[in-house]
Write a protein that binds this ligand. Sequence first.
Ligand SMILES: C[S@@+](CC[C@H](N)C(=O)[O-])C[C@H]1O[C@@H](n2cnc3c(N)ncnc32)[C@H](O)[C@@H]1O
Length: 275
Amino acid sequence: MVTPPLRQAGWTSRHLRHVAGIFRQDQNPAARVYESIGSNCFLAPAPGWLNLGLWEGSGSEEEADTACCRLVQTVAAALPEAGVVLDVGNGLGTQDPVIVKVLRPRKLIAVNITEWQLSIGRDRLREAAALGVAGDATRLPIADQTIDGVISVEAAFHFRSRRAFFDKCFRVLKPGGVLSISDISTERLPLGPLELLAAITQIRVFGLRPSAAMTADQIAEAVRGRLHGCGRHRVRRSGNRPGPSADRVQAPGNAGRARGARWAANCRSPPAQPG
Ligand SMILES: C[S@@+](CC[C@H](N)C(=O)[O-])C[C@H]1O[C@@H](n2cnc3c(N)ncnc32)[C@H](O)[C@@H]1O
């Protein structure tokens, strides 16, 4: 049997450097991961998408594109229309024209730590008339109280700290602004050595920190912690789907009185295990 050289199999020294980067877990592991998996990754449910989707059907492949798009539409729908919208962790940019269709924002800014994705997604950013900004969600290079709505679709599990991200959202949101996110939660510890191995592999391959493992309730609690003193909020669990389940946290009270008083978060769980 002749083994094809790595180059022939589509591997280059750049890929090998990225794999090494993933396992070294450097300063910016998420960017290394997304540079390495590129724009045509077998892990993507549908071309151009890197979220797990919001499914209504049986979970067949034909629904994948619609499910990924539906997730973005659903998360975006909680934000105010015609305002300044900040999209954090915009992936390949496929979601930005979708956000524009839903919200008709006055301005759309997309922040992504993976500069390569901003560059490969520039046509979609142009289509959405969005401004791409290279930056970290836990630092947010955005001025205070300038944003009407923050959207983040399945990116927060990568962030150094979700609480730091919520703090920064609170800083950049105008009074009455809304945060709407979907996220990947971890609902239980691994059962047995195989699940443990799978969990460790996932953490390493996706460049995650062990602290990223939070249940949907803990994520909701972290949002609530930031909302403390800012009025009422509401948590609603929308149940299991062939794709992940979703929780919604909303603080409709005091809109306009306290900074960032209206927030919504979709906190998503991993897909239900078959059987
Ligand atoms: C799972 S992908 C989701 C992409 C996109 N939202 C979608 O639904 O297709 C996670 C995204 O978050 C970005 N990301 C990860 N860590 C980040 C950080 N600290 N700050 C900003 N973006 C980050 C990644 O570069 C990637 O684009």
